[in-house]
Design a protein around this ligand. Structure first.
Ligand SMILES: *Cc1c(COP(=O)(O)O)cnc(C)c1O
Length: 224
């Protein structure tokens, strides 16, 4: 078995173990394979082993892979920072955008979503560790952003996404994210996604209710 397929098996088993430890339902945690910087052939290998959701951070690189892998039934997630002048190709080529952090971006994505496609699934990215250098809205901005996004016709508000800071050693940010989602669900009960947890902290994220974990290194190996 190739490295990538054995890593896929290892990661899948680790998710299953964490799910059981957290007493969570079977099928309640989705794996997003984060494939930034990795060649299309590696995505194809993972696809052939059953993986369907792939996440990309860099638009041009992603568009190249989407074209190279157009024969596959991949669900593409955009997870990188978004410049407002780049929203059109994102609205045209992706199924999910997890890194929406301001209303203007959501409005543009909704306006530019082609009418023959279903609504674009979006998550609002929250800068949960409140780091000056990071993308994401502040928790205090969330109610207003949710309210305005919920009214847009061509997007479907699915949930929240976060990248807690590395030094969050007690992983309290995951619990804070879970509380924000629970609060949001009171007004928007269709929100069903909590995207958090990466290669180094997925167990903690699953214990705190992550419904989607985003794994790069543990699947594809280190990035250059
Ligand atoms: C790169 C990246 C990941 C994956 O990180 P790993 O530590 O390699 O698993 C997850 N989410 C986002 C938003 C990323 O940019």
């Amino acid at each position: 078995m190739t490295d990538i397929l054995s890593r896929y098996q290892t990661v899948s088993q680790a998710i299953e173990r964490a799910r059981l430890n957290a007493n969570r339902r079977p099928g309640s945690i989705d794996l997003l394979a984060v494939s930034k910087t990795k060649p299309a052939e590696q995505l194809r290998s993972l696809y052939s082993a059953g993986q369907r959701d792939f996440g990309e951070n860099y638009l041009q690189e992603a568009l190249d892979k989407i074209e190279q892998l157009a024969d596959l039934d991949i669900c593409w997630h955009f997870i990188g920072p978004i410049q407002s002048n780049k929203t059109r190709p994102i609205a045209e080529h992706f199924h999910w955008v997890q890194s929406v952090d301001r209303v203007k971006i959501a409005q543009r994505l909704s306006g530019q979503r082609p009418s023959h496609l279903p609504p674009l699934n979006i998550c609002i990215q929250v800068n949960i560790s409140q780091e000056a250098s990071k993308s994401g809205c502040l928790p205090s901005e969330l109610p207003n952003i949710l309210q305005q996004c919920a009214e847009l016709p061509n997007i479907r508000l699915r949930g929240l996404m976060a990248i807690p800071k590395q030094s969050d050693t007690d992983h309290s940010a995951f619990a804070d994210m879970r509380a924000l989602l629970t609060q949001a669900q009171q007004n928007y009960p269709n929100m069903d996604t909590l995207s958090m947890g990466m290669s180094n902290d997925m167990d903690h994220a699953i214990a705190q209710g992550a419904t989607m974990i985003r794994i790069g290194t543990a699947l594809f190996g280190a990035r250059n």
